[in-house]
Design a protein around this ligand. Structure first.
Ligand code: PLP
Length: 366
């Protein structure tokens, strides 16, 4: 606490990111980074952008990047917003589309799962948006009937994090229809779908649905599937009005959120779909192999459509298992939270890294 902090800062409970050890030697399976390098074309594009032009501000409209994204997803550039990591895009979306309690006594709480990306409650707090966490079922699946009620809007990662479980397209469409209904507490409510891991789940991408569902905003990141966590690029796809709403928030904050190198690298990444299809096919194959091996060793494994597994030892507490792995040089993520404190989230590494991990799990004996 400091006397210099205002009320907002005093009452925040900020997000705590996974550890980024500054010394090597760890097998790092704790922040869902891609174990493979970005496309060589990304490096080339950044090297090309690295020069005297850095004197100039970057393109505030991220024109080339948005055109590449639009082409890749079959939408118009006006339906694409680019930002400094999807965390920034999410923060802007909360600010643009959800009603703060202070300004509107009738503001209804927004809904998101009780077990989900832990940044959502932080953004809600930051912008003073009331929220109600909706409990996942015992098997960590989402019960869509729990979301079909009056609310200020809803947020859902698909697949969910840290569980890895996915929502089907038909369930998502039911939600979009409900949230588009006429009526108090439904009309004009935005459904925000965070697709950080959609590339690892087969047929999950919801962006094509924006043409029919003007209340849908999908949020994407290059950090996981495009192996560019270090570049900080995310984007959103939605109807023009939603995109303009995001631009208004950005331009009330910082017009140049994406620098020249990030725009060049991200554009090259979007254009090199074949490279990433190959890389992520490997990640998915490794995930399926490791999942089966862990089940064989007696661990509980939640079915995952993401680039991580959510697992539990039946013999010990989550923190003990976490500590054992850490002592063996393997870093995973433990969330000390109700319902999931005995689970660990394990990012999918290379096959060699995962073989080391499986060896340690075998010696730990489920
Ligand atoms: C990693 C992650 C993000 C953040 O992505 P950045 O683009 O790196 O900010 C957003 N949502 C979920 C669910 C994530 O797991």
């Amino acid at each position: 606490m400091s006397i210099y902090w205002n009320h907002r800062v005093k009452t925040l409970s900020p997000y705590i990111p996974g550890e980024q050890p500054q010394k090597g030697g760890f097998i790092k399976l704790n922040t869902n980074e891609n174990p493979y390098p970005p496309s060589p074309k990304v490096i080339e594009a950044i090297q090309k952008a690295l020069g005297a032009a850095l004197r100039l501000y970057p393109d505030p409209g991220c024109t080339e990047l948005r055109a590449a994204i639009a082409q890749r997803y079959g939408v118009m550039p006006e339906q694409v917003f680019a930002g400094n990591g999807s965390d920034e895009v999410l923060a802007f979306a909360f600010a643009a589309f959800f009603e703060p309690a202070g300004e509107n006594q009738k503001a209804l709480p927004i809904l998101f799962p009780d077990i989900t990306y832990s940044f959502y409650p932080v953004y809600a707090q930051l912008w003073d948006i009331p929220f109600t966490p909706v409990p996942l079922a015992a098997d960590f699946s989402i019960t869509i009937a729990d979301y079909t009620r009056a609310s200020g809007g809803m947020v859902i990662p698909n697949p969910n994090a840290p569980t890895g479980r996915a929502l089907s397209r038909s369930d998502l469409v039911s939600l979009l229809r409900f949230y588009a209904q006429e009526g108090e507490g439904t009309c004009g409510r935005v459904v925000l779908v965070d697709e950080a891991y959609a590339a690892f789940g087969g047929d999950l991408e919801a962006a094509p649905l924006i043409q029919e569902h003007p209340n849908l905003l999908t949020v994407h990141t290059l950090s996981k599937a495009a192996a560019l966590a270090g570049l900080r690029v995310g984007f959103a796809i939605g109807n023009r009005e939603l995109i303009q709403g995001l631009c208004r928030v950005r331009d009330a904050f910082n017009s140049y959120t994406l620098d020249r190198l990030a725009q060049a690298g991200a554009t090259a990444a979007i254009l090199d779909a074949p490279y990433y299809a190959e890389v992520n096919r490997k990640v998915i194959a490794t995930r399926n192999r490791v999942s089966a091996a862990l089940l064989g060793l007696g661990y509980e494994v939640i079915p995952s459509q993401a680039n991580f597994l959510f697992i539990r030892s039946r013999q010990s507490r989550g923190i003990q298992f976490f500590t054992f792995l850490r002592e063996q040089g393997i870093l995973v993520r433990h969330f000390n939270k109700p319902r999931i404190a005995d689970f660990l989230r394990v990012s999918i590494g290379t096959d060699e890294e995962m073989d080391r991990f499986l060896g340690v799990c075998e010696s730990y004996r489920a």
